[in-house]
Design a protein around this ligand. Structure first.
Ligand code: NAD
Length: 316
């Protein structure tokens, strides 16, 4: 292992956010990265250019199982968990809960052993189908604990509670961020998320599928902005533990969003409406006042610019 100033463990490193974060962290020559993933929803090809770097090592591992590491770890980004319903629901539901809960415990134990800082990638899904709009961190959420999304929503809620208990009981240095819809290069085109779905449908000349009447809203954060927010959160003072929302507060209805994609890629396409899945949130928009105040962070990339970069990625 190369000697560097900082050793950073990233779980979920071959996924969408993990691979972008790894690439960004490597720009700093003081960083050595230990990338961990079981490649269940991620793909090792997302790290193709990163793995050649002598400051990176990759370990294939399921974080549900305990994990021993010999190097001294300074920081942990715990990103491992499928983020798309296609991967987290159905036959994978129990594994999703285990990844959220056992995975969090296993990573928190490494943080505790190493006196390392650890960041949890929580989610706007902890707000469920929110009854408050926009959602700020004080809102406790409205989650159906018996529904098909609960493996993810409740798994992430339990992980948050573990993070704060490790902090209270063992003084572990924790950071919990709640990520809202993020998009950009290295998303999996088959994982059913709205941005990749719409772009790939449009690029292949298919009409765009909207679930429900399209009046449900989402806000979309470009990946480079999110990665900057994660790093700022990790570098914040130890007394800043979160939870902190990270997302872009610009809100669009899904119908308007589909129309933007159609206009950008192929104005001849139409929108086709299908039944809304169970427990699909009606509104989603982060209140990012806290992130602005304590991290001096806010998104900089506009939807139009971010979409151009993402469309170019998928077109290639
Ligand atoms: N992308 C978003 O919009 C979004 C929104 C909210 C929260 N998040 C959170 O951010 C994190 C990363 O999301 P993403 O969009 O990159 O998803 P992703 O599916 O692309 O990446 C997740 C990665 O975790 C790996 N993984 C899953 N279970 C694992 C396990 N048991 N052991 C080891 N590795 C495992 C997968 O193989 C994959 O590489 C997730 O924790 C997700 O909940 C993402």
């Amino acid at each position: 292992m190369l000697k560097t100033k900082k050793t950073i463990l990233i779980t979920g490193a071959t996924g969408f956010i993990g691979s972008n974060l790894s690439r960004r962290l490597l720009e700093n020559k003081d960083n050595y990265l230990i990338c961990v993933d079981n490649n269940s929803s991620g793909n090792i090809s997302n790290l193709k250019d990163v793995l050649d770097n002598p400051r990176v090592e990759f370990i294939e591992h399921d974080i549900v199982k305990p994990f021993k590491i010999n190097e001294k770890i300074d920081e942990i980004y715990n990103l491992a968990c499928p983020a798309s319903p296609v991967f987290y629901q159905g036959q994978n539901a129990i594994q999703t809960t285990k990844t959220c809960v056992y995975g969090a415990i296993n990573m928190l134990e490494i943080a505790r052993d190493n006196n390392a800082k650890i960041l949890q990638s929580s989610t706007s899904e902890v707000y469920g189908n929110p009854l408050e709009h926009p959602q700020n961190e004080k809102y406790f959420g409205n989650v159906n604990s018996c529904g098909v999304r609960a493996c993810y929503d409740e798994g992430k809620r339990c992980a948050e509670s573990l993070f704060f208990d490790y902090n209270r009981i063992y003084n572990t240095k924790v950071k919990v961020v709640r990520i809202f819809n993020t998009y950009g290069p290295f998303m999996d085109k088959n994982d059913g998320r709205v941005v990749s779905n719409f772009i790939c449908q449009a690029l292949s000349g298919s009409d765009i599928t909207v679930y429900g009447d399209g009046s449900q809203t989402r806000s979309f954060c470009y990946i480079d902005d999110l990665v900057e927010g994660l790093i700022k959160a990790m570098q914040s003072d130890d007394n800043i533990k979160g939870p902190i929302n990270l997302g872009n507060p610009d809100e669009y209805t899904i119908k308007d969003f589909a129309e933007i994609i159609i206009k950008k890629i192929n104005p001849n396409l139409k929108i086709i409406y299908k039944t809304l899945p169970l427990d699909d949130p009606i509104k989603r928009k982060p209140d990012i006042t806290l992130a602005r105040d304590v991290l001096c962070w806010e998104p900089k990339v506009s939807l139009f610019e971010g979409l151009d970069r993402t469309i170019e990625y998928f077109a290639n």
